[in-house]
Write a protein that binds this ligand. Structure first.
Ligand code: UGA
Length: 431
């Protein structure tokens, strides 16, 4: 089976490597961005993703996988995967679908009759229906198979997904079954396959990300209630999560969600729902987004309040932000809550020292030496829960810092331990 993967950003690169690992005889990654293409051809992954470089190198070396910008090399593909980006438009909450449209035009120009085009990119519902006529006219079959991989665990998520969703105009048709057979769904029979229409397949992805965002904003609103009442949001989330109908995952309160997916998918989902006259859903996603912005602002307020309790003002303070990426095990800083908090504090007049093991950014200088950053600082903020930052010893931090103020933006530190070391300690909804 020859597989072409169109668009080798985060999703496409991971998917191409996974397809090679899962047994495709030939995988052609089509990438037009020259720097990214050159890196991939050398076996370098242009972003941080544990285990991906090894998988890539293994299949480049075996000759199964290769990357190109020449679309003619995809001409003999049996299956074309659409993996291009669908970023938020600059001046609207809607997705920019120009890369999808361009890729479909290219695919149709090389498509062999009978081959299959599979949408993996995250798109607003109705996109597949709009694309279908041109693919059908070129002799292809359209299937929608959304991707659920998470940054940091993308390789494992691709090789062993929780579920495989396969949408097509005739659910369960032969093109759908060919796509399903690419995944280890039948081996042991423990990965469920959902056969559905195109619209449902598109909706599963955007609704899942919206639901996850909603869960996080719900617990962040609860954490504010806990701040107001002396409750403890971690215990509250534990107790809520013991109800199997609710579940504990994605109930970690903190400085909010970020990244290239949840924030933009939430906004695009709400905007599309409003376009389709389901305006309450648009209002709901709006509130979820506002709670998320508020979680970031609350972290800034906690830093300033800690400084005031210590008799300091923000303009004379040095604040250390531990973490810049939107989550640990990733170098992605798109819409990162950590950087938004850092930017707010900088705007308020603080000297902000950001450290991160791998991330870089245009808005903040990012170092990686925690001891150096803590030396002479007044406040330390846990912004991204990288393991070494979670394990930071308060005794050591106290020795290095000028003042002892700590804000745990991820509710990972032990409040008693930090307070016993003399810190003015604040969490996000912790007593
Ligand atoms: C998300 C989804 O989880 C994936 O299923 C989906 O495939 C992917 O988007 C995508 O659309 O491509 P990802 O962006 O890698 O994956 O990140 P998540 O693990 O969902 O985390 C998103 C944000 O939520 C992070 O900033 C994280 O810190 C925050 N978060 C997560 C919380 O604040 N609290 C939690 O309890 C969980």
């Amino acid at each position: 089976m020859h597989i072409a993967v169109w668009g080798c950003g985060y999703l496409g690169t991971t998917h191409a490597a996974a397809m090679a690992e899962l047994g495709a005889t030939q995988v052609t990654g089509v990438e037009t961005h020259p720097t990214r293409l050159a890196a991939l051809q050398r076996g370098q992954v242009p972003f941080h993703e544990p285990g991906l470089a090894e998988l890539l190198t293994c299949h480049l070396d075996s000759g199964v996988l290769h990357f190109t910008d020449d679309i003619i090399e995809a001409v003999s593909a049996d299956i074309h995967f659409l993996c291009v980006g669908t970023p938020q438009q600059l001046d609207s909450p809607l997705c920019d679908l120009s890369q999808i449209d361009a890729a479909v035009t290219s695919i149709c120009s090389v498509l062999q009759p009978g081959s299959i085009v599979v949408g993996k990119s995250t798109v607003p519902v109705g996109t597949a229906e709009r694309l279908q006529p041109s693919i059908t006219a070129a002799g292809g079959h359209l299937v929608w198979n959304p991707e659920f991989l998470r940054e940091g665990t993308a390789v494992a998520d691709s090789l062993r997904p929780d579920r495989v969703v396969i949408g097509s105009a005739q659910p369960g048709d032969s093109a759908s079954r060919t796509v399903a057979a690419l995944y280890p769904t039948t081996e042991g029979g423990d990965i469920p396959v959902v056969w559905c229409d195109l619209a449902t397949a598109e909706l599963v992805k955007t609704a899942a990300n919206t639901f996850l965002a909603m869960k996080i904003s719900f617990v962040n609103a609860l954490s504010e209630l806990c701040d107001a009442t002396g409750g403890d949001v971690v215990t509250l989330a534990d107790a809520l999560g013991l109800d199997s109908r609710i579940g504990r995952r994605f109930l970690n309160a903190g400085i909010g969600f970020g990244g290239g997916c949840l924030p933009k998918d939430l906004r695009a989902f709400g905007a599309r729902a409003t376009e389709l006259d389901v305006s309450e859903l648009g209002e709901l996603t709006d509130v979820v987004d506002r709670i998320n912005q508020r979680a970031r602002r609350r972290a800034v307020d906690k830093v300033i309040a800690g400084l005031h309790r210590g008799g300091l003002t923000v303009s004379e303070a040095t604040v250390v932000m531990l973490g810049a990426s939107f989550k640990p095990d990733s170098d992605d800083v798109r819409d990162s809550s950590a950087l938004v908090v850092a930017d707010h504090l900088t705007a308020a007049g603080a000297v902000v020292r950001v450290v991160d093991p791998v991330a870089t950014s245009d808005s903040q200088t990012i170092g990686d030496d925690v001891d150096e950053a803590l030396s002479g600082a007044d406040v330390v903020v846990l912004a991204t829960e990288w393991a070494p930052y979670v394990a930071l010893d308060p005794v050591k931090a106290a020795r290095l810092m000028r003042h002892r103020i700590a804000v745990d933006g991820r509710n990972m530190w032990n409040p008693t331990q930090w307070r016993d070391t003399g810190f003015d300690f604040t969490g996000m909804g912790r007593n």
